[in-house]
Write a protein that binds this ligand. Structure first.
Ligand SMILES: [Zn+2]
Length: 352
């Protein structure tokens, strides 16, 4: 896949991508649409896949109001532009919050070239242990777009997905720890590690390019390759801009088709299949570094964030505030993600 062929989120406002439903423009997407029709239905009711055989957590325990409270606490810290004291403060906060929620957490700081000179970026890594069974990565970026003034909250762009991941941590950490303990004691099952990753430097300063934007995701993807762990990754699931009212999540063209089908199946089982559409366009986002490195990855994003359907006029403006978010939307994204991960675990867990 050529990077140049990707439609990227632009640095300035104005980019709008249009969701389409099963009107593919490429052969691969046609195949995916056929798979979707066969497995998940295109607006029709079809048989759900078999229920998970490995009990992990109850997806309905995900509380959209709690997720919104997480976003509120994050934006109260102020702007989180990469390389600023605000970003360092946010990284420390996320590390502490993960630990409060029972998740082992670290801040991984690194230098990377950026317009205007090298910047210190900080990824925050929350890790739920596994039992010899691969790795599932859930991702969000937490940085805010620079240059938008002291009042820019990034409540939806950076905040919403971060709140969802923290609420997932609350729901998942305890049951997962118990499941892993049982698996290790009985030596009967393999279970994957689950990482909750908060990327820094998703936003570009000038224009997306090799040294501008997606710094955190590129760093982690590189690290996984270097460490020989890329092949263990079962899925990288990215959430971005998932909290606006009446959310319509989309799966861009440039995701792993098999994972997209699994997302749609999870949504069908949550009863929200009609809330997720396929996009004919590709979207540049933090999942791309993983796809480029050969790891399966998917991006759930609603890139129409505006004052009317089809508009994106709240994006990268002072209007991206808490009052635009809805607990129901955060809950939808969280529950579908928990379902998806539960399905992936059930699919891959096996006897040692
Ligand atoms: Zn942004």
């Amino acid at each position: 896949m050529l990077m140049d062929a990707l439609r990227r989120k632009r640095c300035g406002p104005g980019a709008v991508v249009r969701p389409v439903r099963c009107t593919p423009t490429h052969a691969g997407w046609l195949a995916l649409c056929c798979a979707v029709v066969a497995l998940a239905g295109c607006g029709r009711k079809t048989a759900a896949p078999p229920a998970a055989t490995v009990p992990v957590w109850d997806a309905t325990a995900f509380d959209g109001q709690r997720a919104l409270d997480e976003v509120r606490r994050l934006v109260a810290l102020g702007p989180r532009d990469a390389g600023t004291p605000g970003a360092a403060r946010a990284a420390d906060y996320l590390q502490g919050r993960l630990r409060e929620l029972g998740v082992e957490a670290t801040v991984a700081a690194f230098h990377d070239a950026a317009p205007g000179g090298a910047v210190i970026f900080r990824n925050v890594l929350g890790k739920l242990p596994g039992a010899g069974g691969g790795l599932i990565i859930l991702g969000s970026h937490y940085d805010t777009k620079a240059g938008l003034g002291p009042d820019f909250q990034g409540a939806n762009d950076g905040g919403s997905s971060t709140g969802v991941l923290l609420e997932i941590a609350r729901v998942a950490a305890g049951p997962w720890r118990d499941a892993v303990r049982r698996a290790r004691r009985q030596a009967a099952l393999t279970l994957p590690e689950i990482w909750l990753v908060f990327f820094d430097g998703e936003e570009c300063r000038v224009r997306y390019g090799p040294h501008d934007g997606f710094h955190g995701s590129r760093q982690l993807a590189r690290q996984l390759v270097t460490d020989g762990r890329a092949r263990e990754v079962l899925a990288m699931v990215l959430l971005d801009m998932v909290g606006q009212r009446d959310v319509r999540l989309t799966l861009p063209h440039n995701v792993t088709p098999d994972l997209a089908v699994k997302v749609l199946n999870a949504a069908a089982r949550e009863g929200v299949r009609e809330k997720i559409a396929l996009l004919a366009d590709s979207v540049g986002d933090d999942h791309v570094a993983f796809i480029d490195a050969g790891m399966p990855a998917v991006d759930l994003i609603d890139f129409q964030y505006g004052s009317a359907p089809g508009l994106n006029d709240y994006w990268h403006t002072a209007a991206d505030r808490l009052d635009k978010l809805s607990p129901a939307s955060l809950q939808l994204a969280g529950r579908v993600t928990l379902r998806l991960v539960g399905d992936l675990v059930a699919e891959t867990a096996g006897p040692r």
